[in-house]
Design a protein around this ligand. Structure first.
Ligand SMILES: Nc1ncnc2c1ncn2[C@@H]1O[C@H](COP(=O)(O)OP(=O)(O)OP(=O)(O)O)[C@@H](O)[C@H]1O
Length: 313
């Protein structure tokens, strides 16, 4: 069985304010397996940052337990922190120094070499821009430098909290490609986001939360399992519709194709049509995408979390 890199059990965080107690994280069981990219998804205010802050010892849980690499945290954080890199808040870099100079300073303070710096800059693809001043960097370049800084210690777990926030589409694509490469290189990446399209393209597995509670967790392929519908293309749609209806199946026209809603296997459709002498050109199972799964699961949470009229993305 693969190692569980992040594990929480019954994790809870309450904030007390003038208006009483607010539960930001509620009985959360999180399990992130080693290797690949794990999406940590939820609408704004659902408790992602609070969970990450607790894992990193930046906030104290109200109750529950947490472990990183099997070691209880925060108790044993000092022992595991050299295996963990995190970009949670925007890191402070010197604006008049170049990206490379900033990283060299950092490397010197943590006992890393200039070749470690070069390697990290190479990995995040800053290339020649490494020698430009930090203040001239775009938001995406700043984000990549922040990731390069965490790579200096060659972490086995990388925690990125909404790394594409505020980036333009090109910047989002760059970070997405980088995260994908890092996951493929053997680093376990926890990627928090509320942008579904982005996560679906990079993540191997996901945890979806709403109002601090676990809503779903698993491999992306499993979460977006077949919806019980097939799209078929046949030469004689009228004959196909009739044959399917006689077999108790309904088919609705969808452009040149037909959509058949059924929980029966696709082979059944092909048998019914074959027996009626209608041959299939195409039969495709229709799948929900992660976005529809997410929207279904978090519908109530989004309504609670967002002021009316605001786009939660
Ligand atoms: N220090 C704090 N004091 C009081 N309430 C807080 C504090 N930090 C977070 N919260 C509240 O806890 C809830 C969860 O916030 P959190 O930032 O963890 O959500 P998130 O899922 O990371 O959201 P986003 O996607 O907007 O970053 C929110 O209702 C937030 O207002």
């Amino acid at each position: 069985m693969s190692e569980t890199v992040i594990l929480t059990r019954g994790l809870r965080k309450e904030f007390s304010g003038r208006r009483g107690t607010h539960v930001a994280v509620d009985d959360l069981d999180l399990a992130v397996p080693a290797g690949g990219v794990h999406g940590f998804l939820g609408p704004n205010g659902s408790g992602k940052t609070t969970t990450i802050r607790m894992l990193l010892g930046l906030a104290a849980p109200t109750s529950g337990s947490m472990a990183l690499f099997g070691e209880p945290v925060p108790q044993r954080l000092p022992e595991v922190m050299d295996r963990v890199g995190a970009v949670v808040e925007s890191p402070k870099f010197a604006p008049n120094f170049t990206g490379r100079q900033n990283l060299r300073l950092l490397a010197a303070s943590v006992g890393r070499s200039t070749s470690d710096v070069d390697e990290a800059l190479e990995k995040v693809g800053l290339g020649q821009r490494s020698d430009d001043r930090y203040r001239a960097y775009s938001l995406g370049m700043k984000q990549r430098l922040a990731i390069a800084a965490t790579l200096l210690k060659k972490p086995r777990l990388l925690i990125l909290d909404e790394p594409t926030n505020g980036l333009d589409p090109a910047g989002i694509r760059e970070i997405r490609d980088l995260v994908k490469d890092l996951g493929a290189s053997g680093v376990t990446v926890l990627l928090s986001s509320h942008i579904l399209a982005e996560v679906q393209q990079v993540c191997d597995s996901v945890t979806i939360i709403g109002h601090g509670r676990l809503l779903a967790s698993g491999r992306v392929q499993e979460l977006v399992a077949a919806t019980g519908a097939y799209r078929i293309v046949v030469e004689r749609p009228e004959d196909a519709t009739r044959a399917l209806e006689e077999a108790g199946l309904t088919a609705a026209a969808d452009g040149d194709a037909l959509v058949v809603q059924t929980d029966r296997p696709g082979s059944e459709i092909s048998r019914v049509l074959g027996e009626a002498g209608v041959w299939l050109d195409e039969l495709t199972p229709l799948r929900a995408d992660l976005e529809s799964v997410f929207l279904d699961l978090t519908e109530g949470d989004r309504m609670g979390a967002m002021p009316s009229g605001e786009d939660y993305r």
